[in-house]
Design a protein. Structure first.
Length: 138
């Protein structure tokens, strides 16, 4: 699957976002090493704190299905009425969840928009330098 195809899946996932408080809608498409796809959207809550980001929804969907090995995630997000989406970088909590299941040197984070020519790709290590992960507890 190409980065652009992954971004398009994330844009579809974004349509499911439940964001009545922030009106900031996010979608994520997570690719396993075997090429399977898991989607997620942000799910907000009236108490604010229980809100789940799109990236974590995608990871938790995948992990529930038994997946443990991932190669890339595409993320797209922005205000619901914005005609053009900006680059939406994952929050620190989501980066930490990626650190739990992904190799920081090879896991690719594709930051997409609704314009095919506007996207960025970073490794998890670039997004979370010196990240604390499961290896520290071995
Ligand atoms: N959000 C995500 O889903 N992913 C991100 O990468 C950044 C923030 C959500 C959480 C909340 O529902 C809304 O965007 C505003 O913070």
């Amino acid at each position: 699957m190409t980065d652009q195809e992954l971004i398009e899946e994330a844009l579809k996932a974004r349509e499911k976002a439940y964001a009545p408080y922030s009106h900031h809608k996010v979608g994520a498409a997570l690719l396993t090493k075997e090429g399977k796809l898991y989607l997620g959207c942000n799910i907000e809550n009236a108490a604010y704190g229980p809100t789940n980001c799109a990236e974590r929804t995608a990871f938790f969907n995948a992990v529930y299905e038994g997946e443990r090995e991932f190669s890339a995630i595409a993320v797209v997000g922005g205000m619901e009425d914005a005609p053009e989406l900006p680059i939406c970088a994952p929050c620190g909590v989501c980066r930490q969840v990626m650190m739990e299941f992904c190799d920081p040197k090879t896991f690719r984070v594709v930051l997409g928009t609704n314009r095919p020519e506007k996207f960025e790709v970073l490794t998890l290590e670039q997004m979370l330098p010196l990240g604390f992960g499961p290896k520290a507890l071995n």
